[in-house]
Design a protein around this ligand. Structure first.
Ligand code: G6P
Length: 489
């Protein structure tokens, strides 16, 4: 296949995701500041080095003028990124609306929006139209960037129409689609008015990937029950055309975290944190401020723990980093007030003149501070009510080589299937169970902590993001070769 630059030996990979790995902020003199974005996919793919990777996606900013579009395109080119420009109306209807007010809650078992949530962001149909329109814009940019032999890897629930649009434009394009959220039971998916169109569009891909086997099974069931297709051990088949469906659990770039711990700056943060929390044990929560993360449930379970264990009051703190996200969606605004109210009440109830039990921060932390926090804390508490994978649990384990802290992990996070052997698994809805797990974790003997940590550390360091991407792309290549062989037989 044709390769055009010095990285000629590497295969070109076009990664298409709603969000680029950088978000852009415009300066007064038309210059652009590019900031690395937070988020699971971003951190995973930043570690992927085996391919000549180019990103196609939205830079998180609206740019209406030609000059701005031109200068941003140039600035992003240096980062091997190509922007898709979305105007304010599309962002509102597609991103805030259909993606994050409809698909995101539905895929996390929270159901379809109630009428008031629908009317605040206009009607379902106009959001669905905007979703298709946005997917078209992405398809056009991919088409412009595409070179014969490239692999196109589409990501996530924002881009379910992309496989269909790309294949319509060029049937020989190698197209993969990967979902970073759960795919729900077909009984949930079937409530979606556009259920069939979405399934058919995804099916146009050559390989459809999920984090867990269960999500893939739900997708196949949805295709068999809703579309009437045939499910096979490899995936879904329709009149001889097979769409391969498989599980590819994502990982992290664990070395990046392990190496960071040696940096003087991180060591300095570790020292500061140890001094700040001297004499107290620290339970850590790091989440985007999202309803799927179970932050209210976490605070309520911690309250229950304090209630039942008065001897721990004043000796333990829950340090919750809540990274603001999707603030244009009304449900997220409501969640923020709800969490603040609960935290305020618990701190009022159990706080003393010198200390509060919950230290809650509404902000993102820079990478070095985050690594230091992961390293010094005694317990990580992940209470997602549903979560595609949850890489915070992986990051925590990667940074705990010396302390061997305990991971308490929701059984509803995809990570429970890979880190279940070392973590304490919990049902986040059961506050009594979570409270007693906190107590168990804080009192856990060193040899048990070591054993549990060893299991998980081994997994996290041997199932990395690099390996994840390499496996996916190699399977996509194989899938296409097999399909070609089938048609020539
Ligand atoms: C999840 C999604 C990603 C998304 C990230 C951050 O991890 O699966 O696709 O990028 O959240 O959300 P945002 O809406 O800020 O892109």
């Amino acid at each position: 296949c044709e390769k055009k630059d010095s990285q000629a030996s590497k295969q070109r990979l076009l990664v298409v995701a709603n969000r680029l790995p950088v978000s852009a902020v415009r300066g007064e003199d038309d210059s652009w500041q590019l900031n690395v974005s937070a988020g699971g996919l971003v951190s995973a793919l930043l570690g992927v080095k085996e391919f000549e990777t180019k990103w196609v996606g939205w830079a998180g900013v609206t740019v209406d003028d030609d000059k701005g579009r031109q200068t941003l395109t140039q600035a992003l080119a240096a980062k091997r990124c190509v922007p898709v420009f979305l105007d304010d109306e599309i962002v509102q209807q597609y991103y805030n609306g259909y993606c994050n007010n409809i698909l995101w809650p539905l895929f996390h078992y929270l159901g379809l929006p109630q009428e008031d949530r629908l009317t605040t962001t206009r009607s379902f149909q106009s959001q669905f139209d905007a979703y298709k329109k946005a997917n078209r814009l992405f398809a056009d940019v991919v088409q412009e960037q595409y070179e014969e032999g490239d692999v196109v890897w589409c990501h996530d629930y924002h881009l379910m129409f992309l496989p269909k649009y790309l294949k319509e434009q060029n049937s020989s394009m190698k197209v993969g689609w990967f979902l970073h959220t759960p795919f729900p039971s077909s009984e949930i998916h079937r409530t979606l008015p556009s259920r069939s169109e979405l399934l058919r569009s995804v099916r146009a891909a050559d390989l459809v990937g999920f984090h867990t086997y269960d999500y893939g099974r739900h997708f196949v069931s949805a295709c068999t029950r809703i579309l009437g297709l045939e499910g096979t051990p490899e995936g879904v088949e329709d009149q001889g055309k097979l769409t391969r469906v498989s599980a590819f659990p994502i990982g992290i770039d664990s070395n990046n975290f392990i190496k960071a711990l040696e940096l003087p700056e991180v060591q300095m943060h570790i020292k500061e944190l140890e001094e700040t929390f001297a004499g107290r044990r620290v339970i850590l929560g790091v989440d985007r401020l999202d309803m799927i993360k179970g932050i209210p449930q976490k605070a309520l379970a911690f309250e229950k723990f304090l209630e039942e264990n008065p001897s721990w009051q004043d000796k333990v703190v829950l340090l919750q980093i809540a990274v603001p996200t999707r603030s244009g969606v009304p449900e997220y605004q409501k969640l923020s007030s709800q969490v603040h109210e609960i935290v305020g009440r618990i701190n009022g109830r159990f706080g003393t003149l010198t200390a509060v039990p919950i230290h809650h921060l509404d902000r993102n932390l820079d990478f070095h501070k985050l690594c230091a926090l992961y390293a010094v804390t005694d317990v990580a508490l992940v209470t997602s009510i549903r979560d595609g994978m949850n890489l915070v649990s992986y990051e925590y384990v990667a940074c705990q080589a010396s302390k061997k802290g305990v991971l308490i992990l929701s059984e509803f996070a995809g990570a429970a299937q890979s880190l279940g052997a070392g973590a304490i698994l919990i049902n986040p809805w059961n506050v009594t169970e979570v409270a007693s797990s906190i107590s168990y974790a804080l009192d856990m003997p060193a040899d048990e902590r070591e054993k549990r940590h060893y299991h998980n550390f081994k997994h996290v360091t041997s199932h990395t993001s690099q390996e994840w991407a390499a496996t996916y792309v190699s399977e996509l290549n194989d899938t296409i070769i097999e399909a070609q062989l089938r048609t020539t037989q």
